[in-house]
Design a protein around this ligand. Structure first.
Ligand SMILES: C[S@@+](CC[C@H](N)C(=O)[O-])C[C@H]1O[C@@H](n2cnc3c(N)ncnc32)[C@H](O)[C@@H]1O
Length: 200
């Protein structure tokens, strides 16, 4: 499928999956974006970071710290969109406790595998990971109190689809807690066609 941003969406998704499979499986690679536990520490991640297993933290690829927007109350139902290796998902699960629940969704299978191993390592029973896409969230209407996302929406050309999906699954008055990249100037047509600029 080709959308009006001038790129082939199927090709873009397969390049994104390749990039993040590599972040999962070869985290020591020198990516064009920062990764890992030291990066999360620099960003001022909350104390729960110390409980996140090393094999999850090494594949953290967030762009900023969504926790500066506040902690989560116990008992909340949370969705982490583009959960990657599960860093924010696991932190959310520790915050909401056993009465709460957290679901992570990601389209890259290698990330989902690692995130599931992380939840098992921590013995968390309130976390589920689902392989799927942000534009077509496979969840009931109004089924989450909070939607989290870190460095994902910037990778998706169809922002309207993502935000309408988010607003559908959030309860009325729910909370959207996002860390992401924004641009202040329009990107040139030539720039928009460069897949590498989208995947990183
Ligand atoms: C930059 S990484 C961030 C991962 C995680 N949030 C973190 O902070 O470490 C982007 C993640 O979004 C996922 N992703 C990208 N586009 C997606 C889409 N349309 N639907 C679901 N996941 C997507 C990728 O597979 C990747 O795991």
């Amino acid at each position: 499928m080709v959308v009006d941003v001038g790129i082939d969406i199927g090709l873009l998704k397969s390049e994104i999956k390749k990039t993040y499979a590599s972040v999962s499986q070869e985290p020591e690679t020198d990516f064009i974006f920062p990764t890992g536990r030291a990066w999360a520490e620099d960003l001022g991640y909350p104390d729960e970071l110390s409980q996140v297993p090393d094999f999850v933290a090494e594949s953290f690829a967030g762009v900023a710290n969504p926790w500066v927007l506040g902690r989560l109350e116990p008992g909340k139902r949370v969705l982490d969109i583009g959960s990657g290796a599960g860093m924010d998902t696991l932190i959310a699960a520790l915050m909401v406790g056993p009465e709460g629940s957290v679901t992570g969704i990601d389209m890259t299978p290698e990330m989902i595998d690692k995130a599931r191993r992380g939840a098992a390592e921590l013995g968390l029973n309130n976390v589920t990971f689902v392989e799927g896409e942000a534009e077509t969230l496979p969840f009931d209407d109004a089924s989450f109190d909070v939607v989290l996302s870190n460095s994902v929406i910037d990778l998706i050309p169809d922002k309207d689809a993502v935000f309408s999906s988010i607003y559908r699954v959030l309860v009325p008055g729910g909370r959207l807690q996002v860390a992401d990249v924004t641009i202040q100037q329009p990107v040139s047509e030539e720039g928009r066609r460069k897949i590498d600029l989208w995947t990183g």
